[in-house]
Write a protein that binds this ligand. Structure first.
Ligand SMILES: Cc1cc2nc3c(=O)[nH]c(=O)nc-3n(C[C@H](O)[C@H](O)[C@H](O)COP(=O)(O)O)c2cc1C
Length: 326
């Protein structure tokens, strides 16, 4: 039977499957279930920048730092305490053998960054930073928006020594340039990609509503190319794939494209955390059927550099694709 062990951020994972940040990783019971089901690591549900900054300003009686905070934000901050989060990191490290990666969701490098040290001190193996930055100001250039990421990294690198992973979206002018710039600034891994909240419109109610919260398998099409391209670069930046993994074979696709690990979220909401075990079995069976003994035997085999037909990632394929479609 194939050996699923792999390296991610220099951590040894017994499986490339990581339970992605969500409610599935918000309690110690869920985390234990993930470990029992064979997950290689867990990324904890995100703590939000707003929560941390509120915690820092807790001497103030109102939501002073967020005078515009609506009831939802006020209640969320109240119900999800920062102390509990740190306690979860500590307890997870005490109870689990697999790596524990806490996560912070932020949109600016202001205020909260020193707090990352508390997370590192609680024993985290690495930290995942989910940047949910919306460029809504039409007068701001792409370079100005990108600088926000660089400022954030610079501040964090001065604060903590554990590996920092950036979970990013794909809406950059040049993703490969950004990944390269992250690497130069000391980032060890990227999650490709975050799946942002998107609005939809309910035409019956004539209201704006959230688009589907869980992913579909066909969303992988936006991700595979960039994993295939990014993993072919001449830098040691680890890649964790995220979005649209609904079976072990979906994970195999990302590994073939060059991912070091694969995060799973929606599939576990649908089938439950023990589904990880089935997915590991599917990866193993596939490896056996193809004669691969280890993940490294096939990781990146089909990335931009290693696959004999790089045009599949390029414009020429796009031309062929549409011109041959009758
Ligand atoms: C209900 C739900 C809650 C999530 N919460 C977080 C979160 O707190 N932090 C985060 O970085 N990602 C969060 N995500 C995003 C997932 O970690 C993941 O990146 C995304 O769902 C795409 O993966 P999937 O196709 O396997 O679902 C959440 C996703 C879902 C569905």
């Amino acid at each position: 039977m194939g050996n699923l062990a792999t390296k991610y951020l220099d951590l040894t994972l017994r499986s490339p499957l990581i339970v992605g940040s969500s409610r599935m990783t918000s309690t110690l019971d869920h985390l234990k279930e993930a470990e029992e089901s064979g997950a290689g690591a867990v990324v904890l549900k995100s703590l939000f920048e707003e929560q941390i900054n509120q915690h820092i300003h807790s001497a103030q009686t109102s939501y002073g730092a967020y005078p515009e905070a609506d009831d939802y934000l006020a209640n969320y901050i109240h119900d999800n305490s920062v102390e509990e989060y740190i306690e979860l990191v500590r307890n997870a490290k005490k109870s689990l053998r697999i790596p524990v990666i806490p996560s912070i969701n932020c949109f600016s490098p202001r205020g909260w960054t020193d707090f990352a040290r508390n997370i590192a001190d609680a024993g985290a193996d690495a930290i995942e930073i989910n940047v949910f930055y919306m460029p809504v100001d039409r007068k701001k250039t792409a370079a100005e928006s990108e600088k926000l990421y660089f400022d954030l990294i610079e501040t964090l690198k001065k604060t903590i020594r554990i590996p920092i992973v950036l979970k990013i979206g794909y809406r950059f002018s040049n993703i490969l340039y950004m990944i390269d710039q992250f690497y130069i600034r000391g980032i060890r891994g990227v999650v490709l990609f975050n799946r942002f909240y998107e609005p939809d419109i309910d035409v019956n109610k004539i209201e704006v509503v959230p688009a589907s919260i869980l992913s579909k398998e066909n969303e992988r099409r936006y991700v595979l190319r960039w994993i295939g391209m990014a993993s072919a670069q001449d830098i040691k930046m680890d890649i964790s794939a995220s979005t649209g993994v609904h079976s072990g074979l979906d994970a195999v696709k990302y590994l073939l494209a060059g991912a070091n690990s694969v995060q799973v979220c929606s599939a576990l909401y649908t089938h439950g955390i023990p589904f990880i075990k089935k997915m590991n079995g599917q990866i193993s069976e596939w490896m056996d059927s193809k004669g691969f003994n280890t993940i490294d035997d096939f990781r990146g085999k089909l990335n931009y550099k290693n696959y004999g037909k790089p045009a599949f990632f390029e414009r020429t394929q796009f031309m062929k694709y549409f011109s041959s479609f009758e």
